[in-house]
Design a protein around this ligand. Structure first.
Ligand code: NAD
Length: 341
């Protein structure tokens, strides 16, 4: 039986592919390379064998052919458009690519009696939490997305849940990722040498931008607001290493054998401020790049930390890289490598 991975040429999907190849799983990647890269696919082929199909999920007939021609029992659905500001400017792109294409994929999944569906959702479905308990945002907290990206993902979640209610054989795990960062933890002669990482330029992620400054691809970066009600006045986020996140998907495949469908936050339940991330990057790279302070951005909550007790207790997920220095170091080394690719 094969595992179909949409978006496997992208940042997070490729880290899962790497881990599944190391377990000799049978994998089919579908990706249109809109933000994913052929170089990533080439690197993955050095780790193991898999099928790569360059196709857009919107081509429903072509996608159905993949199911006709292969014996698929699990779908892991990463493919999406993911840039929040772009989703405000072009909401329909997000509803088409994220929601409509998910409906189609779930529809085909039903037709071919797929048993397991694992979906990449996001902490953006929580919007700006009104009050957050000491232990962070829990899966039971209210969802209230404040941009089309978050809405497109919450709508997809509901479509998947409703489908599972109506079809008993169809089970899902929905993961709400917090801030994903870092690159492939791989050592050569005791030296950290990531083979894959976040490749797409113009990313809006803080650690990616700080890595670009540290590698001199940018000359400066901004902090948006330093008067939040936090220890140093800057926003606090829960940064999770991409390999730990990928590993949660591997656990989910087995989890669905004996357990019911579920929604899980994936994060470390630990916050780091924007200033802390920047000072960590500067310390590790010995580069004192320029940082300026700008106004707060609309819709940036002061504190976004996951309550991860559910995934730890129910799925027995054990993160290994809960270490901001390692996250920044792996992101920085990958960024240096990207410069020469
Ligand atoms: N990166 C984060 O911090 C983060 C946080 C929360 C949730 N997520 C979710 O995780 C998933 C993966 O994100 P990522 O950071 O790896 O992004 P990414 O852009 O690196 O990967 C997305 C992949 O999907 C492919 N793709 C997009 N639309 C497609 C289509 N119509 N048909 C076929 N392939 C298509 C792209 O080419 C790319 O390879 C997304 O669903 C995203 O919403 C990411």
């Amino acid at each position: 039986m094969s595992i179909l991975i949409t978006g496997g040429a992208g940042y997070i999907g490729s880290h899962l592919v790497k881990q599944l190849l190391e377990k000799n799983e049978d994998i089919i990647i579908v990706d249109n390379l809109s933000t994913g890269s052929m170089k990533t696919i080439d690197t993955l082929t050095k780790i193991g064998n898999f099928k790569f199909i360059e196709e857009n999920l919107k081509n429903f007939t072509k996608i159905e052919e993949i199911f006709k021609n292969n014996n698929i029992d699990t779908i892991i659905h990463f493919a999406a458009s993911i840039v929040v500001p772009e989703s405000m400017e072009n909401p329909l792109k997000y509803y088409m690519n994220n929601t409509v294409n998910t409906i189609n994929l779930v529809n085909i999944a039903n037709k071919y009696k797929i048993k397991k569906f694992i979906f990449s959702s996001t902490a953006a479905v929580y919007g700006e939490p009104v009050s957050v308990s000491e232990s962070g945002i829990s899966e039971e907290d209210e969802t209230n997305p404040i941009n089309p990206y978050g809405n497109s993902k919450l709508m997809s979640e509901n479509i998947i849940k409703d489908t599972a209610l109506a079809n008993k054989y169809f089970k899902y795990v929905i993961f709400r990722y917090f801030n994903v960062a870092g690159a492939d933890i791989n050592y050569t002669n005791d030296e950290l040498t990531p083979r894959i990482g976040q490749s797409f330029p113009n990313a809006t992620h803080l650690i990616k931008i700080a890595s670009e400054c540290a590698t001199k691809k940018r000359d400066k970066m901004s902090i948006f607001g330093n008067t939040y009600n936090t220890n140093d006045g800057t926003c606090i986020r829960d940064y999770i290493h991409v390999d730990d996140l990928a590993n949660a998907h591997i656990k989910a495949i087995d989890y669905l054998d004996d357990n019911a469908s579920e929604v899980f936050n994936v994060g470390y339940s630990k916050g780091s401020s924007v200033k802390k991330v920047i000072s960590t990057m500067k310390k590790i790279t010995q580069n004192n790049f320029k940082v300026n302070i700008q106004d707060k951005r609309a819709g940036d909550p002061a504190n976004l930390i996951s309550d991860n007790r559910k995934i730890i207790n129910k799925m027995k997920w054990k993160p290994k890289y809960n270490d901001l220095e390692l996250i920044c170091k792996s992101a920085f080394i990958w960024e240096q490598k990207l410069k020469n690719l």
